[in-house]
Design a protein around this ligand. Structure first.
Ligand SMILES: *Cc1c(COP(=O)(O)O)cnc(C)c1O
Length: 368
């Protein structure tokens, strides 16, 4: 693999294929696979990732917001796209681009039916979201009759799926809660289906749900983080390959003397004769200020170099006093060996936040 010559997020399509096949291998052959590609496919590149997954014949996509779905359509994605969190103002755009809204309360249900009627739609595909304990979005079980009555009064929409979302599928300590969510969802779905004369898809599991709750795979699963190579535990991580490596380069090396300072606000003070390297990646690239002052680190020639002083907008300085390196050497922020999960753990956050924070300024480069 060529060494990085600037800051770059290198994305490995073969790792994406591996993760997709691994997650698929956990499913029964009839279970459909929905790939969650919201937030630029978790900070990677939604269009290229979705194209590869479409080529692998994934069944469905999901995004959070309408604009993300529009971008995928404009990039040539033809598979169905579920919009998890649309707003009423987007409903015309949704129909124009053949996107499928998640309808999660009476307001959005009624507004969507109105727009679908105005746009002369019949049997427009929509998805009904139920809340089973996450308490974020979703109808309650007590809303089933209300929804059914609305459906009977219109031919503009058809329910393509009924779904819910697990609150703690990664956490073995919360297994009782998760089992209860699964049970509640099955009760709601059974009641709903008994009042319809067709059968929507049922889905509930995210990545950790796929791995930990095979009895809840139902008709479809919704995987995000696993596709990108992370689970939510060491056990889940074992079989997945991080698809992205964030790399950079040493622009300049400085030798500093005791009591000299480094960076803005003079936040780092050298204790002895030290060496620092300046790297062209900063908070505008997704290396948050909280990584400064020796909370975060990078890897140079296999060794950890901690970030000293404050993170600047376009660069960081790291301590290389004990590292054998030179200007132009490659710097790894994370990759398949030095995982984003490790960086996340040292910052008290999760891999999701590290990878989705990489800003659009960082060039994406795909490798096979
Ligand atoms: C983001 C999201 C997912 C994907 O979850 P992962 O843990 O990344 O697999 C699935 N379903 C919903 C409703 C989501 O918002």
């Amino acid at each position: 693999m060529p060494k990085a010559q600037e800051t770059i997020l290198e994305i490995d399509r073969s790792a994406l294929t591996h993760n997709y096949n691994y997650l698929k291998s956990k499913l029964q052959s009839k279970t459909k696979f929905l790939a969650v590609v919201k937030a630029f496919a978790y900070g990677n590149d939604a269009e290229k990732i979705a194209k590869h997954l479409q080529w692998l014949n994934v069944d469905y996509f999901a995004v959070a917001y309408t604009s993300e779905g529009v971008a995928l359509r404009e990039a040539g994605i033809t598979k169905p796209i579920l919009v998890l969190h649309p707003q009423i103002v987007n409903f015309k755009t949704i129909i124009k681009h053949c996107l499928e809204p998640s309808l999660y309360n009476t307001n959005v249900l009624n507004a969507f039916i109105t727009v679908a009627n105005e746009e002369a739609q019949t049997n427009y595909p929509v998805h009904i979201k139920f809340n089973t304990g996450l308490n974020r979005l979703g109808f309650w079980e007590s809303d089933v009759d209300y929804i059914i009555n609305k459906l009977k009064a219109t031919s503009s929409i058809v329910i393509t799926s009924i779904f819910s979302h697990l609150a703690a599928s990664e956490d073995a300590n919360e297994a009782d809660f998760t089992v209860n969510q699964i049970k509640s969802f099955k009760v709601i779905a059974t009641e709903f289906l008994s009042k319809l004369d067709y059968k929507p898809l049922l889905h509930l599991c995210n990545t950790s749900g796929v791995i930990n709750y095979p009895e809840a795979h139902l008709d479809m699963v919704r995987c995000g983080i696993g596709l990108y190579g992370f689970g939510n535990s060491a056990n889940e991580d074992k079989y997945l390959k991080p698809i992205a490596s964030l790399k950079s380069i040493i622009s300049q090396i400085h030798k500093i003397e005791p009591n000299e300072t480094v960076g803005y606000n003079r936040a780092y003070v050298a204790k002895t004769y030290e060496k620092t390297a300046t790297i062209p990646i900063g908070h505008a690239d997704g290396i948050g200020r909280h990584l400064g002052n020796e909370k975060g680190y990078v890897i140079i020639n296999g060794q950890k170099a901690s970030i000293i002083g404050n993170v600047c907008m376009d660069m960081i300085m790291v301590n290389i006093t004990t590292i054998n390196c030179k200007e132009g050497d490659e710097v790894i922020i994370f990759d398949g060996n030095n995982k984003a999960t490790d960086l996340a753990t040292s910052l008290n956050t999760i891999s999701y936040e590290i990878i989705t924070s990489i800003s659009q300024r960082v060039k994406r480069s795909f490798i096979e």
